[in-house]
Write a protein that binds this ligand. Structure first.
Ligand code: FAD
Length: 286
């Protein structure tokens, strides 16, 4: 079996203590030679600044390839275009182009800025007009919460590819079948870009369940039972989390998946344990 390709997602830190934790995680995970490391983007000026700073620091102080997430929430087209131009000029040539969640909360109606892009498709188009960015986009194996059905999601993904996206990263999910069903449907409908499964090991049971509820991720009963009460016992929680994430990845690997994207939540341990279990070798470029 080929050594898998991996990539990691981080979020920009809010405090000095979080900043230290992030860089410690980056240092621990860098020897796995990720294909890229991505940094998420939030609504609001200060969050955006933090993303830019983190991406720039990765570019300046490491040999890793940073990928900057970018959304069009609460921003005019000019503002988004300006961020894109700044990234390109400073050497950041890869982005994850997104619409973003409504600032009023997941599940509420998204209202685009009066002068802004409406969705990720328009952000991809804008980025490609500005420069030849390497562009990743999202997909949702269990359907985006606002989408009427899975076929609509396939059509949206195709539109994003037509505008220039060359890779898609999935929302997190608990069971391999969810991802595999989407992958099969995508391939059947002519989609042939890499579809990376987004793997989120359980760093906090409460946090995981809250996120799953917000983004349409089905959490099966066996999963609920396995983690029940474990926020009070972090040592056991981490052992179960590493084992569950590794199981998910090895099942996907057996179905031909060879690139895994980890939502690290800025904690190196669980992603690192899962990479080791997958056979990713330290210090070896895939
Ligand atoms: P889109 O793909 O634009 O879809 C949103 C809506 O627009 C859908 O209802 C779709 O039907 C419609 N639409 C899109 N294109 C078309 C089209 N061509 N024709 C008709 N309708 C269309 N959120 C953040 O705030 N910051 C992040 O950094 C971030 N990173 C993420 C990374 C990944 C891998 C994933 C899976 C999600 C991430 N999110 C992030 C969450 C994401 O912003 C939300 O899920 C959001 O609700 C949808 O964004 P999107 O880019 O997937 O939307």
């Amino acid at each position: 079996m080929n050594t898998p390709i991996i990539s990691f997602e981080f979020f920009p830190p809010k405090t000095e203590a979080m900043e230290e934790k992030l860089w410690d995680s980056v240092k621990q995970l860098a020897p796995f030679n990720p294909d890229f490391v991505s940094v998420t983007y939030g609504a609001g000026g200060s969050t955006r600044e933090r993303t830019h700073r983190t991406v720039k620091r990765i570019l300046d102080e490491t040999t890793l390839r940073p990928v900057a997430h970018l959304t069009c929430v609460d921003a005019s087209k000019d503002q988004v275009d300006e961020v894109l131009r700044e990234y390109w000029a400073s050497g950041v040539k890869s982005i994850v182009a997104l619409r973003g969640d409504p600032p009023t909360g997941v599940g509420t109606k998204f209202v685009a800025n009066a002068d802004g892009y409406q969705n990720a498709t328009e952000v991809v188009r804008a980025a490609k007009k500005i420069a030849d960015f390497d562009i990743s986009v999202s997909f949702y194996p269990e359907k985006h919460p606002e989408s009427p059905n899975l076929m609509h999601d396939i059509d949206v993904l195709k539109a994003k590819i037509d505008e220039g996206a060359s890779r898609a990263i999935s929302q997190f999910f608990c069971e391999p079948d969810k991802y595999l069903r989407f992958r099969d449907l995508a391939v059947k409908n002519g989609i042939n870009i890499p579809l990376l499964p987004g793997i989120m090991p359980v760093g906090s049971v409460k946090g995981y369940m809250r996120m799953a509820a917000g983004c349409n991720t089905d959490v099966p009963q066996w999963f609920i039972d396995a983690f029940e009460g474990l926020d009070d016992n972090p040592e056991v929680r981490d052992l179960v989390a590493a084992s569950v994430a590794s199981d998910l990845c090895t099942k996907l690997q057996a179905e031909g998946v060879n690139h895994f994207h980890f939502y690290t939540l800025n904690k190196a341990g669980l992603a690192s344990a899962t990479c080791r279990r997958l056979g990713v070798k330290l210090g070896v470029k895939p």
